[in-house]
Design a binder for this molecule. Sequence first.
Ligand code: ATP
Length: 514
Amino acid sequence: MVNQEDVFRKVISHAKEYGYVVQSSEIYDGLSAVYDYTQNGAELKKNIKDYWWKAMVQMHENIVGIDAAIFMHPTTWKASGHVDAFNDPLIDNKDSKKRYRADVLVEDHVAKIEAKIDKEVEKASKRFGEAFNKTEFLTTNPRVLGYQEKAQSIIKRLSRSLEAEDLEDVKNLIEELDIVCPVSGSKNWTEVKQFNLMFGTKLGASAETATDLYLRPETAQGIFVNFLNVQKSGRLKIPFGIAQIGKAFRNEIVARQFIFRMREFEQMEMQFFIKPGTQKEWYEKWKELRMKWHLSLGMGAENYRFHDHEKLAHYADAATDIEFKFPFGFKELEGIHSRTDFDLSNHEKYSGKKLQYFDPELNQNYVPYVVETSIGVDRMFLAVLSNSLKEEELENGTTRTVLKIPAVLAPTKAAVLPLVKKDGLPEVAHKIIDELKWDFNVVYDEKDAVGRRYRRQDAAGTPFCITVDHQTIENQTVTIRHRDTMEQKRIAIDSVNDTIAREVGIRNWLKKTE
Ligand code: ATP
């Protein structure tokens, strides 16, 4: 049995060693929950953003993209509800002095109960073999039913108390469930308090005239305040969407799990403006489309699931998460929210400007409803990285570390390797690079024996290695080695470009979302 904590630790150290992610300001001992993307990480991140942007903006006639500022007028955050309601309930353990999100402590407890259900299923499926019917087992086994009931009643109570802002009951729940601090092991908890997650800053030179600002905690509001500008200048007809990729900032109470929960992160959001009353249908449609996008990358259907929200945010009438199986379990990767007309109506109220759409078919004005899809670039990055890192046993008894990043997202598409550093082979290799670099990010590598170079490129996630040897000089062919299968083929230099393009070309990948 592989220890998932070890797996996660390996992902983090691999990310550093192979130029993907490091702690920010590391030489000053780092800044908590802030990370820098180094050379390969920056490429992977860019490719993830391109893959999303193309799927959203380029592939949909009725979706356009914008790039709004991080700073926004402070009233934005009154209107959006963030000043009053963007809080997390926090609790401290008096012995360890560690701070936790009270809701997360309870949810982790529930996850443990759910893990017991999974264990029962696993045991039963072994016992019954082929005759095992999982659905029947889940709906009839008394022990499983007991666990399910317990988990549901805890979640219901948590949602009820949070909604009613009954923080005392949240604390009671933690005590009743005998939840202990993972560090001190004690149940010596403080009261539960609300904590606003927005970072404040100031705009202006002198202290007297400076205006208090917030760093945006989500990119969505930059879309809402520009709704009419974009609709009018683009003559867009409902339904239509506005997409945006950009930084967001949250002063997270507990920021751990590497780039899963950061204080500065990046979001890819799309707000889809629709006729009131059609939100259910569009919400379902976007759930389906977004899941297809994820599945197109081939990271395993079994690693995704929907998790519908019981507790809805202040703006939503339906919400679900696409959860991904990270090394620390299934966790939110993307949110899909039916946001009603909450944001636009409130911006109308606070700004005194009309934010309505004239529907020529109905011959009337209305404030559109909105369905949002919102995914964290960094979480997507972590999903890709953790899913791709494999230790493989080879036939000759050795192991190799390989980063099986979907080829369309891989930072470097090919490495060109001269077999030896002489006999004109480096020159030929450089010539091949000069051809390929117009279309792909490629590298040159001549250090060490070729086997070691293959391993290095495997570990860095490069889908192809192209080796130039003496035969290349004679007949203009090279060997092309495939990262995932390790298969090697001799092909003409002329066909290298097409061979790479077939596997890394965004078109062939995006086709799978159709
Ligand atoms: P969580 O419950 O994990 O705090 P959330 O529900 O607050 O997330 P949303 O407000 O729905 O998240 O934000 C949309 C997406 O932005 C999330 O699905 C996630 O991918 C990403 N995201 C949110 N907070 C962070 C963070 N602190 N670090 C990295 N990504 C984040």
